[in-house]
Design a protein around this ligand. Structure first.
Ligand SMILES: [Zn+2]
Length: 341
């Protein structure tokens, strides 16, 4: 399914639209060259998202996921990938994993494929992406050759691929859990792997609900600015860290929003997760509008609070449903691995 927010164009002029869009973006953004930071929701936001996702899991997941140890471990791991950004101490790790935290849709679209009738995972510009990371990297390299003035490399970000790959690791470990139970074998070591996978996955899913993780406008408006949005670097941290820590209470503000939604099974996690990112990207300008009205200064405004609460809850709901879906789909039959084909 194409995103409901998408330009409704699966007709014959899709290719023309996509070509025009790409040309427009390329010319408009030639001056917008920079590197995306690895900031995230901030420590408090990530811990909140991870804990609430597990707290409101469906009842029919393995019982160990409902224990206090599981909650505490997964909460602790929420900020874990942000602990891997110490440039002076671990520069290779920082270089490799930093792009996993974001996805700059305006640039990524230049490496996407135009949607055609029957395409899935289409974004707001009627563009779709390959599901395998290295296929996307090759598409990026081709787009870079067409647009030499733009940073079309790892600076675009790989968040959808990171989420897909870690989700598949989680599904694998759930499948092992089922096998161990069936064989009456101890499950403790596999439970450890599952808790880590959930905590790790939760970080990137949480990043995705923060609109400024899905745009080139990630930290101050760039390019044409007719509405006079802030161009100062700082809006990113102000919204996701300073404002959240000072004003958002997990149990009083965010938990009721998560509790109000029912766990669901996602059957096409790739398309569904892209829809989640596309929706998050659609809120980028709202963040700037609210910021201009002082929504995230000090105690902020009710409108700013509503958005922050909703975005944090959206991250927890998405993570909860991805965990539940990994568990359910871990029962899907697979061929036994027999070594290299
Ligand atoms: Zn992050």
């Amino acid at each position: 399914m194409c995103n409901p927010l998408s330009v409704p164009d699966t007709s014959a002029n899709t290719n023309n639209f996509a070509t025009s869009f790409r040309a427009a973006v390329a010319s408009a953004l030639l001056v917008v060259i920079g590197t995306q930071p690895v900031w995230a929701w901030g420590r408090d936001g990530h811990k909140m998202i991870n804990r609430l996702a597990v707290q409101y899991l469906a009842a029919d997941v393995p019982a160990f996921l409902h224990t206090p140890v599981a909650l505490d471990t997964i909460e602790y791991l929420g900020p874990e990938p942000d602990r891997w950004k110490q440039r002076d101490a671990e520069p290779e790790l920082v270089a490799t994993q930093s792009p996993d935290h974001f996805f700059d849709l305006e640039y990524a679209n230049l490496a996407g494929s135009p949607c055609t009738t029957g395409s899935t995972g289409c974004d707001a510009w009627a563009v779709t992406f390959p599901t395998k990371r290295y296929d996307f990297m090759r598409a990026l390299a081709a787009a870079q050759a067409r647009n030499p003035g733009l940073p079309l490399d790892e600076r675009v970000g790989f968040a959808p691929w990171q989420v897909e790959e870690v989700w598949q690791r989680l599904k694998t470990d759930f499948r092992e859990y089922r096998k161990l139970i069936a064989a009456s074998q101890p499950t403790g070591p596999d439970e450890t792997a599952i808790l880590f996978d959930i905590g790790w996955l939760g970080h990137y899913v949480g990043d995705g609900s923060q609109p400024l993780h899905n745009t080139i406008q990630y930290n101050g408006w760039t390019g044409s600015n007719p509405h006079g949005y802030t161009v100062a670097h700082g809006i990113h941290a102000k919204f996701e860290s300073i404002y959240v820590t000072a004003n958002v209470k997990r149990d009083a503000d965010v938990a009721p929003l998560v509790a109000a939604s029912q766990p669901r099974v996602i059957d096409n996690e790739w398309d569904q997760y892209l829809d989640y990112l596309f929706h998050s990207n659609s809120l980028v300008e709202t963040i700037y509008q609210l910021d201009k009205a002082g929504a995230f200064d000090g105690a902020g405004t009710p409108e700013g609070k509503t958005l922050a609460d909703e975005r944090l809850a959206a991250g927890a709901i998405e993570l909860r449903d991805l965990i539940y879906s990994a568990w359910v789909h871990s029962a899907d039959p697979v061929q036994e691995y027999q070594g290299p084909a």
